[in-house]
Design a protein around this ligand. Structure first.
Ligand code: DOR
Length: 413
C-alpha cells in the first residue's frame, strides 16, 4: 500500500489555507488536519518551513518527441516537468512526425507510461503535417487526444477551420487554436482577428474552444465577451507574457513579449474571470536553432518561481490565486480530479520554500536552457513534487535519475 504522511506543512490551494498534515494513501489524499497520528510504518515527509500546493498542470508544452531529441525528449521533458512542480503535461503536436495520426499519440502515451514520472495528455494536429491544407483524421485521433491544435501557427483557411470545429464538436474534443494570422505587421491585431474568428466559429458550431497563449488585452476582451454570452470557451496566458517585457529584452517567442503596458493589462486580467490557466508554452531549442531565430522559451522549470517572484512576493496576486491558475483551472479543463488539496483528490503535490536561488546552466533537467532567465535571481524554489503520492522530485534529485538515498528526508516506512 502506498502511504505517506506529509507533516507540519503550510497547505495552500485555490480554496483554503491551513497548517497541518496530509495523509496520503493509494495515490489519494486520505486525511488533512493538525497533528494527524502517524499510523505505524507510514513514512513521514517533514514539511516544516515549507508550503504545499496542489501540483501544477501544464496545458501547453513541447517535448519534441518524436523528432527533435537534440532539443528535448519525453524523458528529459518529464524530468524537467517534475523539477518544475508539474505532474500533468499536455503536449503539442509539432513533433516529427507531426501528431496527426493515432500512432504518434499512442507512442507518446506509451513512452510516458514507461517513464512513469508525469501524466501526458497529447494534443492532435488539426491539419495534416500542420500545413493548414487538409484536415487530419480527427475521428481516428479523437480517442488518444483531448484537443486539436495546429500550435505554432493559426489555421488561416476559414472553411477548413469551420469543418474542424464541426467535427470536434461531434467528437466532443476541444479546439485549441494558436491565434495569429500571418502577414500582419501588427501582431496584436493578428491575434485579435483570429480570436474573433474562432470565437465566432465556436458560436456557430458549439465546439469547446481553448485559446492558446493569449497575449493582448484585445484578445482577452473578446474572450470575456464570449464568456458573458455563455460560449464554452477558456483561455491561457503564459508566465513570460505575465512577467517579462520587451523593454527588458526582446527575447524571440511567439506571440512576442509584451510591452510594459500590455503586461500590466494582462496581470490585471488575472483578477477577473477571463483567464482560466497559466500554461508554460515550454519550447526548448538548441543554441544553434536559437541563434537562427527559433522562437520559444524553455519555461517549465522556472514557471512557478518566476510567477512567485514577480507576482506573488510583491503582493500583486495571492498564492491561492496563483494556485487556481497553475493547478485547479487547467485540471478542470482536462477533467481531472486534481488541483485542490482536499480529501479524495489525487495526491499530486508540490512543496516549496521561499529560498532564493540563481538559475544557472546546471539548474535544468531539460536539454535546453533557452530562457532569458538564465542567471536570474528568483525565489520560491520547488523542493519536492509528488505524483499520486509518489515522490518524483526531491531536493535536487529526480526519481529514476539521480535519486540519492533520501531516507534521511523521508523517515520510517
Ligand atoms: O514561441 C513559440 N515556440 N511559440 C509557439 O507557439 C511554438 C513554440 C515552438 O514550438 O517552438
Amino acid at each position: 500500500m502506498n502511504t505517506l504522511l506529509v507533516k507540519d506543512v503550510r497547505i495552500v490551494d485555490a480554496d483554503h489555507q491551513l497548517v497541518g498534515d496530509i495523509l496520503i494513501r493509494d495515490g489519494s489524499i486520505w486525511a488533512l488536519g493538525r497533528k494527524l497520528p502517524a499510523p505505524r510504518g507510514v513514512p513521514v515527509l517533514q514539511g516544516e518551513g515549507r508550503t504545499a500546493l496542489p501540483a501544477f498542470v501544464d496545458l501547453h508544452a513541447h517535448f519534441r518527441d518524436p523528432g527533435f531529441p537534440e532539443k528535448e525528449d519525453l524523458l528529459s521533458g518529464a524530468r524537467a516537468a517534475a523539477h518544475g512542480g508539474f505532474t500533468c503535461v499536455s503536449l503539442m503536436p509539432n513533433t516529427d512526425p507531426v501528431c496527426d495520426s493515432p500512432e504518434v499519440a499512442r507512442y507518446m502515451l506509451e513512452r510516458a507510461r514507461e517513464i512513469g514520472l508525469v501524466e501526458v495528455y497529447p494534443v492532435g494536429a488539426i491539419t495534416v503535417d500542420l500545413r493548414g491544407e487538409e484536415l487530419s483524421p480527427l475521428e481516428a485521433l479523437a480517442p488518444w487526444v483531448w484537443a486539436f491544435s495546429d500550435d505554432g501557427k493559426g489555421v488561416e483557411d476559414h472553411e477548413l477551420m469551420l469543418r474542424a470545429c464541426r467535427k470536434a464538436a461531434a467528437l466532443e474534443r476541444t479546439v485549441y487554436p494558436h491565434c495569429e494570422f500571418g502577414g500582419l505587421a501588427d501582431r496584436g491585431l493578428s491575434q485579435e482577428l483570429m480570436v474573433g474568428r474562432d470565437l465566432w466559429l465556436c458560436r456557430r458550431t458549439g465546439c469547446r474552444l481553448h485559446l492558446a497563449h493569449i497575449s493582448t488585452p484585445g484578445g482577452l476582451e473578446l474572450v470575456s465577451l464570449a464568456k458573458e454570452r455563455g460560449l464554452p470557451v477558456s483561455c491561457e496566458v503564459t508566465p513570460h507574457h505575465l512577467c517579462l517585457t520587451r523593454e527588458e529584452g526582446d527575447y524571440p517567442v511567439n506571440p512576442p513579449l509584451p510591452e510594459r503596458e500590455t503586461r500590466e493589462a494582462l496581470v490585471k486580467a488575472l483578477k477577473g474571470g477571463t483567464i482560466d490557466a497559466i500554461a508554460t508554452d515550454h519550447a526548448p531549442h538548441t543554441p544553434p536553432d536559437k541563434a537562427a531565430g527559433a522562437p520559444g522559451i524553455s519555461g517549465i522549470e522556472l514557471a512557478f518561481s518566476l510567477l512567485y517572484t514577480r507576482l506573488v512576493a510583491p503582493g500583486t496576486i495571492s498564492l491561492p490565486e496563483l494556485s487556481r491558475y497553475l493547478s485547479l483551472g487547467p485540471a478542470r479543463i482536462l477533467g481531472l480530479r486534481k488541483g485542490l488539496i482536499r480529501v479524495g483528490y489525487d495526491a499530486d503535490l508540490v512543496l516549496f520554500s521561499d529560498e532564493e536561488f540563481t538559475a544557472g546552466e546546471d539548474f535544468f533537467y531539460s536539454k535546453s536552457a533557452n530562457t532569458p532567465l538564465l542567471g536570474a535571481r528568483l525565489s520560491g524554489r520547488v523542493w519536492a513534487t509528488l505524483h499520486r503520492g509518489e515522490v518524483i522530485y526531491l531536493d535536487g534529485a529526480v526519481k529514476g535519475r539521480d535519486f540519492r538515498d533520501h531516507r534521511e528526508v523521508i523517515r520510517g516506512g
